[in-house]
Design a protein around this ligand. Structure first.
Ligand code: CP
Ligand code: NVA
Length: 334
């Protein structure tokens, strides 16, 4: 564990105008919909401040412990949570569950009742979303969804942070997602709705987002004044978009469907021709990892409109804000 230098007291505090006046202390983040618009806006404001002033938060989570149980592979999520926690003064413990699903050796409730005695926050990457909601139910410390088959909230929060950096306030922004309407798409829809951005989702038939998540996003959108639209035509989805987002066609856990899915998703490939229908100032987004020249061409992924590595960087800053807020340090640091 890093040691706290004596000079820490002299470090600059975050500017009050960017410090959110919302508290998420002790809360879980299983879904983006666990947040209100005000809470999400507060988290994004803190994320921007953490990115601009990392030294001000260097010891904000001094001696805090985070455990990460991952049933699926990860590069970005694992490393950005670890780097976030380490650079806030805390420690991250990683437990590889790829060979033994959580709950197999002992019950989720018993895992929770052990782990909460040692650590201050639990981060889970799972297949079943219920593994995360059950752990949240049993654990007395915050539980964070680091991707399930249903949602990827940390990704979506970082992605809308990236959009705010480029475009400012996103009310009325035209966000488009094309591809598989699953976990990443679900969290993006909910985040767009909370922030008052319009969200168009273009998927093949039978790969639309889940009806209950669409209904949830639309209920939020009714309040924030945005529209959630579902289409099957990729050109219609992208036309006039300010941001075009895609994800792999075959998510983790669905590998056995890869051959069947490839031709179904081919018309949804984000290439230069499809991008030409978007606004000239539109950005291209992807959560990564990308399957190059499958769901997106090299020309788009590596092209001038791509912000994919800004998204990857912002995973760390956004997760710092999330950790600070769930651990009760979001409004007062050091
Ligand atoms: N985008 C994302 O979650 O990447 P990893 O699967 O590498 O964590
Ligand atoms: N939809 C993808 C996202 C990976 C970050 C998956 O679930 O595999």
């Amino acid at each position: 564990m890093a040691t706290k230098p004596a000079a820490v007291q002299e470090l600059e505090s975050p500017s009050p105008e960017t410090t959110p006046d919302v508290s998420l202390a002790g809360r879980d983040l299983c879904s983006v919909a666990d947040l209100t618009t005000t809470e999400l806006a507060g988290m994004l404001a803190l994320a921007h401040d953490v990115k601009a002033n990392p030294a001000a938060y260097r010891w904000a989570l001094d001696a805090k412990q985070m455990v990460m149980f991952f049933e699926k592979a990860s590069l970005r999520t694992r490393l950005t949570f670890q780097t976030a926690m380490n650079t806030l003064g805390g420690s991250a413990l990683f437990v590889d569950q790829t060979q033994s699903p959580l709950g197999e050796r002992e019950s989720l409730a018993d895992i929770a009742r052990n782990v909460e005695r040692w650590v201050q926050i639990i981060v889970l990457r799972t297949y079943a979303h219920e593994t995360i909601t059950e752990m949240a139910q049993y654990a007395s410390v915050p539980v964070v969804n680091a991707l399930s088959d249903l949602e990827h909230p940390c990704q979506a929060i970082a992605d809308f942070m990236t959009l705010e950096e480029r475009f400012g306030n996103l009310r009325g922004f035209n966000f488009t997602y094309v591809g598989d309407g699953n976990n990443v798409c679900h969290s993006l829809m909910l985040t767009a709705a909370l922030l008052g951005a319009h969200c168009t989702v273009g998927t093949p038939k039978n790969y639309a987002p889940k009806a209950d998540v669409v209904a949830q996003a639309r209920a939020i959108a009714n309040v924030t004044g945005s529209n959630i639209m579902l289409v099957n035509d990729p050109v219609a989805a992208v036309t006039g978009a300010d941001a075009v987002y895609t994800d792999i066609c075959t998510s983790m856990g669905f590998e056995h469907e890869a051959t069947k899915r490839a031709p179904i998703f081919k018309p949804y490939q984000v290439n230069e021709a499809l991008m030409s229908n978007a606004a000239p100032s539109a950005v291209f987004m992807h959560c990564l990892p990308a399957h190059r020249n499958a769901e997106v061409t090299d020309a788009v992924l590596d092209g001038p409109q791509s912000v994919v590595f800004d998204q990857a960087e912002n995973r760390m800053h956004a997760q710092k804000a999330l950790l600070l807020m769930l651990l009760g340090k979001g409004t007062k640091c050091l």
